[in-house]
Design a protein around this ligand. Structure first.
Ligand code: MGD
Ligand code: MGD
Ligand code: SF4
Ligand code: MO
Length: 710
C-alpha cells in the first residue's frame, strides 16, 4: 500500500517559516513564484533573531532545487542504487523487515535526528515502540548536547537548554562562553552579547582557539582541550575562599561538592588547564564581583568522555554561587540542531517516551500505552544509545532505518562505523540528498525538505514555533511523516499510523505530551500563529513558561542534587590533542552546505605556526594525522590563534575528523563520544604521496552523482 504525496496549494504572498539549520530557528519570509522560492526575507517580527539571519539561512533556499535532490526511491540492484516506484520500495521493506520482526524485533534499529520536527520525532519514536516494537532507537542528538542534558536532568530533573528567554543574555554582567563559538555557529545571538557589553558587561570566550567569538567577546582564556571541568572546580575553590558561596536553594550533595573543591587550588588548576594562574585569579575575581554571571556551555566543553561531569562542575558553580535559575544569570547550554531541543523530548531517545517521559518509569509506560491503545508490557525497554547502536550494526542488528542523519561522516570512529553499516543486511535511509550514508543504503527513500512540509520546532530556549510549508516536494519525494506511516503499513502494522491530514498527527502529538515535563498540550497551530511559546504549556488557557528552572524542581523531593564530578589529569603537555568543530559556512556532515555554491569553505587542519616549525611544515603542506582508529591527509592552515599543543579539524567533510576519533570511548552518563580531545600523531607526508593526494577525488561507486565540491 502506498499513498500519493499530500498535495498542497501554494499560498498567495510570502510564507513565514523557520530556517532548516541551527537551533536559533530564525524566522524568515519565503517569497514563492511557481514552484520556486525567489526570495528569502528576514523579518523583524522574529522573536529570536529580530530580523537578522546568517549566511547559511539566506543560502538555504538554493538547496531546494539542488540537481542532486532525491526525487524517487532508490533500491540497490546488482550493486547499484536504481530508481524504483514507491510500491516496489515498500515491497522491499515488507520482505526485508517482516521475517526479522517475526523472529526478533530487536534485530531492527532506528536512528533519528534533531533536525526532525517535533511531530516527526514523536512519530518515529512511536513507530519504533509500537510498530517495530524494537528497543533500539536513538538519534544524532546523542552526539550533540546529551552531556548537558544528562547533567541538568540528574541535577534538577529537567532539561531545557536555556531555562530563560534568549534576550536575558543581554542583562548579564559577566558571560562565560565555555566551548561555544557562537559568532560562527549561532550568529544572531551575538546581538545579545553586544547588548550585555553595551551595558558594561564582560564577555569571556573559553576556548583553546581565539575564535571570532573570542575577538568580539574581548576576553579569552585558552585551556587545554578537555580541562574545562577542572577550571570550574578551580573557580569554585576560589569562590569558597572569597566567601561567595550562597546556594540558589537547598540541595543534596552540597557538602561533598564543596569539600572536593578544596582539592583544586589555583596552582594545580592552572597547571592542569595549561593557563596562567593570574588569568584564573582574574576570572575568579570577576565572577565573584558579578551580580548576574551567566555560564553558557557549548560543544567544546560537552563533547568529551567526561562531558557530563564537566557540565556538572559548571552547574555546581552556578548553583552554589546563587545564580542558577535567575534572570540574566545562571547556567545554560546552547543547543545546536534546528530541533535539537524538541528532538530530545518526544521519544527518539533510547530511554524516552513523549513529553519528556521515561521508558523506565512504570507510570509513564502505562500513560503512553493507554494513549496508544497498547499494553504497557508491549512497550520495549530502553535499547542501545547512538554510538553503541551503530556499533551493534552487522551483528546484533541486521537492519537499520536512518531518518535525518549522516553517521558515515558524523559518528565517532566513522571508519569503523562505516564497516558496521556495510555489514547490515538492510540499511534504509530517508534523506532528500545523497548523503554518504544514503550511498551505502540498500534502500533510499526521498524525503521532503524543510519548507516542503508542515511542522513545529523547539529552539534553544524551549520556544516552539511553526515551520510552515511553502512548496510541494519535488518528483516522488514525500513528507517524512508520510514515509514513516508507509513503513508501518509495509510491515503490516497500520494501526495508529493512518492520518488523513498532517493536522491529525500534530494534534495527537500535542495531546501525547500532556502531563509530561515537556508539556506542549496547550498548543495548537492557531495558538502558534498568534505567538511562539516556551514550554511547558499545560493547557490552551495557560500561559507559556519563559523561566523553567525556578525551585521547587521536578525531582522526587523537589530539591536539586549536586553530583560530584570526577576528572583525571590531562595527558602530558607534549602530547598533541586534536579537537574538532565547525566553520561558519558549513553545516554538520555537510550534505547540504558542501553542495551550496554560496557557502564555500576550506577543509584544512589548523595548527599553530610554532608547532608547524617544530615539525618542519610549510603552510598548505599536506600532512598525515593519525590515531589508532584511522588516519587522514589534509593541508595545514597556520593559525596563531590556536594553542600550540592543539590541532583543530572541521568535521563537515567525509574521511577527515571522525576517521580519527575513538568509536569506543563514550561518557558513562550521557554516552557522548569524545569528539573534542583525541591524542594524535602528526606526520609529514612524503612528496610523492602528497602529489597523489592532491589528485584524489572522493570515490563513491554506488550511483552516479556530480562529484562533491571540496
Ligand atoms: N556554521 C555552523 N553552525 C552550526 C552548526 C554547524 O555545523 N555549522 N551546527 C549546529 C549544531 S548541531 C551545534 S551542536 C552547534 C555547536 O556550536 P559550538 O559549540 O559553538 O560548535 P563547535 O565548533 O563544535 O565548538 C565550539 C568551540 O569549542 C572549542 N573547543 C574544542 N575543544 C574544546 C575544549 O575542550 N574546551 C573548550 N572550552 N572549548 C573547546 C572549539 O575550538 C570551538 O571553537 O552549532 C550549530 N550551528
Ligand atoms: N568530530 C565531530 N563529530 C561530530 C561533531 C563534532 O563537533 N565533531 N558534532 C556532532 C553533533 S553536535 C551533531 S548534531 C552531529 C550531526 O551530524 P549528523 O547526524 O550527520 O547531522 P546532519 O549532518 O545534520 O545530517 C543530517 C542528514 O539528514 C538529512 N536531513 C536533514 N534534515 C532532514 C529531515 O528533516 N529529514 C530527512 N529525512 N533528512 C534530513 C541531511 O541531508 C543530512 O544528510 O554530528 C556530530 N559529530
Ligand atoms: S543557521 Fe541558525 S542562525 Fe543561521 S539563519 Fe538559520 S537558524 Fe538563523
Ligand atoms: Mo549538534
Amino acid at each position: 500500500m502506498s499513498q500519493a504525496p499530500a498535495q498542497f496549494t501554494p499560498l498567495d504572498g510570502p510564507v513565514r517559516t523557520t530556517c532548516p539549520y541551527c537551533a536559533v530557528q530564525c524566522n524568515f519570509d519565503l517569497h514563492v513564484s511557481g514552484d520556486r522560492v525567489v526570495k528569502v526575507a528576514p523579518t523583524k517580527a522574529c522573536p529570536v533573531a529580530k530580523g537578522t539571519v546568517c549566511k547559511k539561512g539566506l543560502a538555504a533556499a538554493a538547496d531546494l532545487t539542488q540537481p542532486e535532490r532525491l526525487t524517487s526511491p532508490l533500491l540497490r540492484h546488482g550493486g547499484e542504487l536504481v530508481p524504483v516506484s514507491w510500491a516496489e520500495a515498500m515491497a522491499y521493506v515488507r520482505d526485508a523487515l517482516t521475517p526479522l520482526l517475526a523472529e526478533r524485533p530487536s534485530a531492527v534499529g532506528v536512528f533519528g535526528s534533531g533536525s526532525l520536527t517535533n511531530e516527526k520525532a514523536y512519530l518515529l519514536g512511536k513507530f519504533a515502540r509500537v510498530a517495530l516494537q524494537t528497543p533500539h532507537i536513538d538519534y544524532n542528538g546523542r552526539y550533540c548536547m546529551s552531556s548537558a542534558a544528562a547533567a541538568l536532568g540528574r541535577t534538577v530533573g529537567l532539561d531545557r537548554g536555556l531555562g530563560f528567554p534568549l534576550s536575558d543574555i543581554g542583562l548579564s554582567d559577566l558571560i562565560l562562553l565555555v566551548g561555544a563559538n557562537i559568532a560562527e555557529t549561532l550568529p544572531p545571538i551575538m546581538q545579545y552579547l553586544s547588548a550585555a557589553k553595551h551595558r558594561g558587561g564582560i564577555v569571556y570566550a573559553i576556548d583553546p582557539r581565539a575564535t571570532t567569538t573570542a575577538r568580539v567577546a574581548g576576553h579569552h582564556l585558552a585551556p587545554r582541550p578537555g580541562t574545562d571541568g577542572i577550571l570550574a572546580l578551580g573557580l569554585l575553590h576560589l569562590m569558597k575562599n572569597m566567601g561567595r558561596i550562597l546556594p540558589t536553594a537547598p540541595a543534596h550533595g552540597m557538602v561533598e561538592v564543596l569539600a572536593q573543591a578544596d582539592l583544586y587550588p589555583p596552582q594545580r588548576v592552572a597547571h592542569e588547564c595549561g593557563i596562567k594562574e593570574t588569568e584564573l585569579l582574574l576570572l575568579a575575581k570577576r565572577y565573584a564581583e558579578a551580580t548576574k554571571p551567566l555560564i553558557l556551555t557549548g560543544r567544546g566543553a560537552e563533547q568529551h568522555a567526561h562531558g557530563t561531569d564537566t557540565v556538572q562542575a559548571w552547574l555546581n558553580l552556578s548553583f552554589l554561587s546563587g545564580h542558577f535559575g535567575k534572570a540574566g544569570g545562571g547556567y545554560g547550554t546552547l543547543t545546536g540542531q534546528g530541533n535539537g531541543q524538541g528532538g530530545r523530548e518526544h521519544g527518539q531517545k533510547n530511554d524516552q517516551l513523549p513529553g519528556g517521559r521515561s521508558l523506565r518509569d512504570s507510570k509513564h509506560r502505562a500513560e503512553m500505552a493507554t494513549f496508544w491503545g497498547v499494553t504497557p508490557e508491549s512497550l520495549p525497554q530502553p535499547g542501545h544509545s547512538a554510538q553503541n547502536l551503530l556499533r551493534a550494526c552487522g551483528s546484533e542488528l541486521e537492519a537499520l532505518i536512518v531518518v535525518g542523519s549522516n553517521p558515515v561522516v558524523s559518528a565517532a570512529g566513522a571508519g569503523q562505523i562505516t564497516d558496521h553499516l556495510k555489514a547490515l543486511k538492510h540499511l534504509i535511509v530517508v534523506d532528500f540528498l545523497p548523503s554518504e550514508t544514503a550511498r551505502l543504503a540498500t534502500l533510499v527513500l526521498p524525503g521532503a525538505m524543510w519548507c516542503e512540509e508542515e511542522g513545529t520546532t523547539t529552539n534553544l530556549e524551549g520556544r516552539v514555533q511553526r515551520r510552515r510549508q511553502a512548496l510541494n516536494p519535488p518528483g516522488e519525494a514525500k513528507a517524512d511523516w508520510q514515509i514513516i506511516c508507509e513503513l508501518a503499513w509495509a510491515i503490516g502494522r497500520p494501526h495508529g499510523f493512518t492520518y488523513a491530514h498532517f493536522r491529525d498527527l500534530q494534534e495527537e502529538f500535542f495531546r501525547a505530551t500532556k502531563g509530561g515535563k515537556a508539556d506542549y498540550s496547550g498548543l495548537s497551530a492557531d495558538r502558534l500563529d498568534r505567538a511562539s511559546a516556551q514550554w511547558p504549556i499545560k493547557s490552551a488557557s495557560a500561559p507559556d513558561t519563559p523561566y523553567a528552572y525556578a525551585p521547587t524542581y521536578p525531582t522526587t523531593d523537589g530539591l536539586a542534587t549536586l553530583h560530584l564530578p570526577h576528572f583525571t589529569a590531562p595527558p602530558p603537555s607534549r602530547q598533541l590533542l586534536l579537537t574538532t568543530g565547525r566553520l561558519g559556512n558549513q553545516y554538520q556532515s555537510g550534505t547540504q552546505t558542501r553542495r551550496n555554491a554560496a557557502l564555500r569553505a576550506e577543509n584544512t587542519v589548523q595548527i599553530h605556526p610554532e608547532t608547524a616549525r617544530e615539525y618542519g611544515l610549510k603552510e598548505g603542506e599536506i600532512v598525515t594525522i593519525r590515531t589508532s582508529h584511522g588516519e587522514t591527509q589534509l593541508p595545514t592552515q597556520f593559525s596563531p590563534n590556536i594553542r600550540p599543543d592543539t590541532l583543530f579539524l572541521p568535521f563537515h567533510w567525509p574521511e577527515t575528523a571522525n576517521l580519527l576519533t575513538n568509536p569506543e570511548l563514550i561518557d558513562p552518563h550521557s554516552h557522548m563520544p569524545s569528539f573534542k580531545a583525541t591524542p594524535v600523531e602528526l606526520l609529514r607526508l612524503p612528496a610523492e604521496s602528497a602529489a597523489e593526494h592532491r589528485g584524489k577525488r572522493a570515490d563513491f561507486p554506488f550511483f552516479a552523482v556530480v562529484p562533491l565540491e571540496k
